[in-house]
Design a binder for this molecule. Sequence first.
Ligand SMILES: *Cc1c(COP(=O)(O)O)cnc(C)c1O
Length: 360
Amino acid sequence: MSRVYNFSAGPAVLPEEVLKEAANEMLDYQGTGMSVMEMSHRSKIFEGILNEAEQDFRDLLKIPDNYKVLFLQGGAHLQFAMVPMNLMKNRVADYIVTGQWAKKAFKEAAIYGKANKIASSEDETFSYIPDCSDLPVSSDADYVYICENNTIYGTKFHKLPNTKGKILVSDVSSCFLSEPMDVTQYGLVYGGVQKNIGPAGMVIAIIREDLITEDTLPGTPTYMKYKIHAEANSLYNTPNAYCIYICGKVFKWIKNMGGLEAMKARNEKKAAILYDFLDSSQLFKGTVRKEDRSLMNVPFVTGSQEMDAKFVKEATKSGLVNLKGHRSVGGMRASIYNAMPLEGVKALVEFMKKFEEENR
Ligand SMILES: *Cc1c(COP(=O)(O)O)cnc(C)c1O
């Protein structure tokens, strides 16, 4: 067996300990004689897995009792529609567009009502986070929407926007559980788990109880009402049971690592190694404004497409894989999520130094 350092943006690297545990339990989960994949989602044993996962998740983020945690399917993309269908009571919402994902969410919301783009960084290829301290928030807006960590461009909101009292909705797919977060600042937070938490196929939503209402837009499918899922404790229909089980293991792994404060320190250390090198390199350059840099996704370029391609190819041969940048940015991107070990980032930087010497 030989593992690579996997810098994929998602689905992405998972903790080896978690994969090994899951492998050990594959044929016989705790004496049940079956895999978690083969169990009824209504069984006592699965109920235990689900409740424990939710409790650990709540502990990690210190989620107050007036917020529900929902395990939902359909990916972040379904949330682009579920958010307006459930929250657009006045049919007005303000969007801050800082990348492709926010843009997609904005376009989806426009199907259901008046979606206002109140700020954008598209003028400079989404390489920064706009000043959001005094935006023209609409007086009748039902919410203000952000994508907190921009997976493709490598920027992050290090300070939340001033929503002038409006509910904040945030897509945290690529920074979920990477550092502590004050849930009370938001009405709704959601993220696809395949970036920083678990396997693909699920979203975790944290939603303030008063926002879970019967009052959804006319025509909202039953399945797309938060209320249905909240009342059924995420068991309205068959959930992504195996994904919940793996996510539960990842929550335990994070707890064992010392929780989100420890995760943050570890992520800052890893990111600093890479960014410090980028700042000193003659060949490689980071692509985003320094103060807006993400701890999770680090895009960089050499300035030459041929050189970029050569780098990606040679890195792959050395066991550093999935470094090709998103098709809309080009160059390279190293996603260094929670589960990427420090050694992986060090190996990448060593490789970049060697590549730079050889290609001066
Ligand atoms: C990956 C990603 C998405 C899309 O996720 P799907 O689960 O494929 O729908 C949305 N938002 C962000 C921030 C992402 O990183």
